[in-house]
Design a protein around this ligand. Structure first.
Ligand code: NDP
Ligand code: 8X3
Length: 250
């Protein structure tokens, strides 16, 4: 029987790449996100390439308790949870930010991780060896101007990951956090509210990380021997040494 990996936010970017990598590595996968058309397309592509694998695509809004409950109720077994759903909205200063954006970022990045983890825990506890991997950010440790809501949320994600590690100590469940720097995905399109030009500028002249680079790390973390817990990994492009500290080609 194959192990089952549950991936939140699998409709694009890191989550989608993680689904591809884990299926290739021999896992069955459960894909969750709000854009179910994209999940269905990914499921069809994965099933065509890997007919021996089981791929489930389920609607999931991590900010909606009923949606999280329905998502988890549809999952019989789970060995791996990849808490990936998340993102930033806006880059205004604290003085100019909209409180609704702070609330949405906290709800998605922090409460979303807590909701899904809490509800999936009974399934993970039935696994002989489970792993929870949460995608944090370099913003989980390094704050930057215009990042208050997102930085605070990712700092909180780090706290949640650490508390989970402490609370599951002694059980056969590993807890890991992967903290990426700049990864070229739809992240900046979402952050800049659909402004594709503003988003493209973020990655201009930089060899950014790809979603595959992070999916590779997730796959490495979950395929270590069961006694090995990778507590956290910070991954940035060679040309980045911190948020906003990027070497661009002239
Ligand atoms: P994308 O915007 O490409 O992907 C975000 C994913 O999260 C989508 O699949 C989206 O699906 C899902 N998502 C967002 N809100 C919800 C919600 N309420 N319920 C369920 N799913 C949701 O960005 P990335 O792939 O880059 O982001 C993935 C994670 O990586 C995020 O946690 C982000 O904070 C983190 N990260 C990204 C970095 C980067 O530079 N790109 C760097 C560091 C961390 P849908 O809209 O269909 O629901
Ligand atoms: C995304 C990376 O530097 O924009 O988490 O916060 S950053």
């Amino acid at each position: 029987m194959s192990e089952i990996a549950v991936i939140t936010g699998a409709s694009s970017g890191i989550g989608e790449a993680t689904a591809r990598h884990l299926v290739r590595a021999g896992y069955d996968v459960v894909l969750g996100a709000r854009r179910t058309d994209r999940l269905e397309a990914l499921k069809a592509a994965l099933e065509a390439e890997y007919p021996e694998r089981i791929v489930a695509a389920l609607p999931l809004d991590v900010t909606d308790v009923a949606s999280v409950d329905a998502f988890v109720a549809a999952i019989d077994r789970a060995d791996i949870l990849v808490n990936n759903a998340g993102g930033a909205i806006g880059s205004e200063s604290i003085a100019e930010s909209d409180e609704a954006d702070w609330q949405r970022m906290y709800d998605t990045n922090v409460l979303g991780v807590l909701r899904v983890t809490q509800r999936l825990l009974p399934r993970l506890r039935e696994s002989p060896s489970a792993t929870v991997v949460t995608i944090g950010s370099v913003a989980a440790t390094v704050p930057y101007v215009g990042g208050a809501g997102y930085n605070a949320a990712k700092h909180a994600v780090r706290a949640v990951t650490r508390v989970l590690r402490l609370e599951l100590h002694g059980e056969p469940i590993r807890v890991a956090e992967i903290d990426p720097g700049m990864v070229e995905t739809e992240f900046s399109v979402v952050r800049y509210r659909g402004d594709e030009d503003a988003a493209a500028k973020v990655y201009e002249g930089v060899d950014s990380l790809s979603a595959d680079d992070i999916a590779d790390a997730v796959t490495w973390v979950v395929t270590r021997p069961p006694h090995v817990n990778i507590d956290s990994i910070l991954i940035m492009p060679r040309d980045q040494v911190g948020p906003g500290q990027v070497k661009r080609r002239a």
